[in-house]
Design a protein around this ligand. Structure first.
Ligand SMILES: NC(=O)c1ccc[n+]([C@@H]2O[C@H](COP(=O)([O-])OP(=O)(O)OC[C@H]3O[C@@H](n4cnc5c(N)ncnc54)[C@H](OP(=O)(O)O)[C@@H]3O)[C@@H](O)[C@H]2O)c1
Length: 258
């Protein structure tokens, strides 16, 4: 027995791999020898750069455009990846829309609809297609990147927490219904991460005093997380070593939700 992570055969599909957190997950899967298919929506150049970086480091990676709000696009992609790689080992939802922090009274109605459509419906399409593909083989692993705010919602963060609460229940439902088919489903909930949307907020929307306050008063471990911190949690949950873990949510937030 060796003390390292190992994976069932097949590709890892990382939806949102052009984003800050998704890219971190894709890099780690590739470095573990798992072939990666990462998806992008608009950022083709970013996705191509991550693919090149992974290939340059000796990993296997391809980048595919996919709009997760379109069920037929998602189904076609999942079916194609499973056919070409013979097996789809892991499916990770690491996508999500950007939005502004707002109190309930100031959330524009169209933002609510846009965020729910992208996040909840996008995750639903991916998860439904993934479960179909897993059932057509001998099972598989699903991880949704949600938010640690599901447990303890900060003021102004409803647009992050509410859709992710729906996704979390969707994932738990899959774990309950589909465990008998060899399907495991879990969530990883990032806290303040210095990548992607978190970096956008830390660098573009907060001043130094506000950043220091979050680091020193909100996060017991007194640092912001990295995409790699999230990636390791995702890889663990997808690994053979987590073979008896399903229906769980793992907050990766430096202790912020305690
Ligand atoms: N970063 C944090 O601090 C943090 C904290 C808590 C939770 N989260 C959650 O973690 C997830 C990833 O966040 P991130 O920080 O990595 O965000 P990000 O850098 O903005 O990446 C978002 C990803 O989602 C993709 N995407 C957006 N809309 C899409 C659509 N309709 N169809 C397909 N793909 C779509 C984007 O594609 P393109 O860019 O190619 O268009 C990109 O790949 C999100 O769900 C976010 O809410 C992040």
């Amino acid at each position: 027995m060796t003390a390292s992570l190992s994976f069932e055969p097949g590709a890892a599909l990382v939806a949102g791999g052009s984003g800050g957190i998704g890219a971190g997950i894709a890099r780690l899967f590739a470095s573990a020898g798992v072939p990666v298919v990462l998806t992008y929506h608009r950022n083709e150049a970013g996705a191509a750069a991550i693919r090149s970086e992974i290939e340059g480091a000796g990993g296997r990676c391809e980048a595919q455009r996919c709009d997760l709000t379109r069920a037929e696009e998602v189904e076609a992609l999942v079916t194609d990846v499973r056919a070409r790689y013979e097996r789809l080992g892991q499916v990770v939802y690491a996508a999500g829309p950007s939005f502004d922090f707002n109190f309930i009274g100031a959330i524009p109605e169209q933002d609510w609809h846009r965020v729910l459509d992208s996040d909840v419906n996008g995750a639903f399409h991916l998860i439904q297609s993934a479960v179909r593909a897993f059932r057509a083989q001998d099972g598989g692993n699903l991880v949704a990147v949600t938010t640690s705010a599901v447990e303890r919602v900060p003021s102004g963060d409803i647009l992050s927490a509410a859709p992710k609460a729906a996704i979390e229940m969707l994932v738990r439902g899959v774990a309950k219904e589909s465990g008998r088919f060899g399907i495991r489903a879990n969530c990883v909930g990032p806290g303040w991460i210095d990548a992607g949307l978190g970096r956008e907020a830390l660098q573009g929307k907060l001043d130094e005093r506000q950043r220091d306050k979050i680091r020193n008063e909100v996060i017991p471990l007194r640092r912001f997380g990295t995409a790699e911190d999230i990636g390791w949690a995702v890889l663990f949950l997808c690994s053979r070593q987590a073979a008896f873990v399903s229906g769980q949510s793992l907050a990766v937030d430096g202790g912020a939700q305690v």
